[in-house]
Design a binder for this molecule. Structure first.
Ligand code: GLN
Length: 484
């Protein structure tokens, strides 16, 4: 049997790099150059970066080195190389959202999360591959080719933030930003063996995010360990007057909150997440993780989330309906691609959209337009919103009894490239454990928790109530420390 080709390499931790850069032992410029060398060496195989922002990165690194040499106070991410999912805009850099329809588009401004990272000293390396408009669970819907999983290049990295997860796993960035609408940070993080954070809805500004489904979209970090992810969330979180949905709640120091330990925390385990369809190896890894939490002093008890079974259909109604509205703006006039040969305006619209959008995006626009159309709205969209409320209330009731809920992040480990592309429904079921938290607006963290016999990473999803990221981080740290 052929052994799998692998590119796994752990990045250095933030704490180590911070100390080295502050003392001048490591130059931010050398660190950035080193990362660009690594990217040049492995990107042709993994297809993680769609474009690099080298000039901007090296200017920022030089600023950090100058500040360190002067003994100035450095920002919390000074000199740290970070990658950005290509649905978040950076001024003057290509922003494709993984779609042909945005080919050639260069936005004139920075997303708020991007701006905040840079203000904290981060060095932004480039834009990361993803499923087209963040629609997908395998990164196979990117118009620029799939990302390969660094653990095993025959397998998908998950999606839609596949590039963001693979970049961290293969040490092509110390950390990255992804987005999560129905699982797009958590599922790829779990498939690639890294940490991913779903912040509470509204915790991180979406200004400068190319919208998919606005009542669900969130921006969050991926990193090699929980504390680093917590540090980055602390930098990007907070109110933004440019995003009316952003929360005014103060931002805790997530990194030091995560140091508090998990002792005496009450952990809920929902039976609905351990039912049919769960891979036995994933189940056993998560059960070991739960045992490790008990050993760390948590109390574990069952909780019930009976509406879970409706979550996938509800999600695919709400998300497609909102996508059909958000994607109406791509018309061949305002951004990117325009079909070259059309006689009339309406032919130009329809040819541009037909040639610019991929099959999955078209499928979603059709489904969403149907669900919103007169006569069907009440039966589909409205009904889905009602069930969504029931799901959210169910979580609220559970969080009255427990501090966190743990589940597998995905029902299987990373699957093979091409394995599910012919069957959209099988692909949608990859999101079965992640869409509920998306619909409810609550927060969570996925943390590596064991491996399958073939050496594929398994992720444990730790969910917590709205704005209670600190608790999710504490539990995830305990799982991480147990080295399941
Ligand atoms: N896989 C899910 C979908 O295809 C989730 C995507 C996401 O979170 N952006 O919609």
């Amino acid at each position: 049997m052929r052994t799998a080709e692998t590119f796994v390499e752990k990045p250095r931790t933030l704490a180590e790099l911070q100390a080295e850069i502050a003392s001048g032992r490591t130059k931010a410029t050398d660190l950035a150059t080193g990362y660009y060398d690594r990217i040049a060496a492995v990107n042709p195989r993994l297809n993680v970066y769609l474009s690099l922002t080298k000039e901007r990165a090296l200017e920022q690194a030089a600023r950090v080195d100058l500040a360190a040499a002067r003994g100035d106070k450095l920002g919390p991410l000074a000199g740290i190389p970070v990658g950005i999912k290509d649905v978040l805009v950076m001024k003057g850099a290509p922003a494709t959202a993984g779609s042909k329809i945005l080919e050639g588009y260069r936005p004139p401004y920075d997303a708020t999360a991007v701006q905040k990272l840079e203000a904290a000293g981060a060095v932004l390396l480039g834009k990361l591959n993803c499923d087209e408009f963040a629609m997908g669970s395998s990164n196979e819907n990117s118009a620029y080719g799939p990302v390969r999983n660094p653990v095993d290049t025959e397998r998908v990295p998950g999606g839609s933030s596949g590039g963001s997860a693979a970049a961290v796993a293969a040490n092509m960035a110390v950390a990255t930003l992804g987005t999560d609408t129905g699982g797009s940070i958590r599922q790829p993080a779990s498939f690639c063996g890294v940490v991913g954070v779903l912040p509470t809805y509204g915790r991180v500004s979406r200004y400068g995010l190319i919208a998919f489904a606005s009542s669900l979209d969130r921006v969050g970090p991926l990193a090699a360990n929980v504390r680093d992810a917590a540090t980055i969330l602390g930098v990007i979180a907070g109110h933004d007057p440019r995003d009316a949905t952003s929360s005014p709640a103060p931002v805790p120091d997530y990194a030091s909150e995560s140091d508090k330990g998990a002792e005496r925390l009450r952990i809920g385990v929902p039976a609905e997440y351990f039912a049919e369809g769960l891979d036995p190896e994933v189940r056993s890894a998560i059960e070991q993780g739960i045992a490790a939490l008990e050993a760390a002093g948590c109390t574990v008890k069952p909780v019930s989330l009976p509406h879970t079974k409706y979550a996938v259909p509800v999600y695919y109604l709400v998300a497609t309906a909102e996508a059909s509205a958000n994607l109406a703006r791509f018309d061949g006039v305002r951004y990117g691609y325009r079909s070259p040969d059309s006689d009339t305006l309406s032919a130009m619209y329809s040819h541009s959209r037909d040639e610019g959008f991929g099959a999955e995006v078209k499928r979603r626009i059709l489904l969403g337009t149907y669900a919103l159309s007169a006569g069907y709205y009440d039966a589909y969209y409205l009904k889905a919103q009602q069930v969504r409320r029931l799901l959210a209330e169910e979580y609220l009731r559970a969080f009255a009894e427990v501090d966190a809920i743990v589940t597998p992040t995905a029902p299987t480990a990373a699957f093979k490239l091409g394995e599910k592309t012919g069957d959209p429904l099988a692909m949608y079921l990859a999101d079965i454990y992640t869409v509920t938290a998306s619909l409810a607006g609550i927060c969570g963290v996925t943390v590596p928790c064991g491996k399958t016999a073939a050496g594929l990473p398994v992720g444990m999803q730790v969910l917590a109530a709205h704005l209670n990221e600190s608790t999710a981080f504490r539990v995830a740290r305990a799982v991480e420390a147990a080295k399941v």
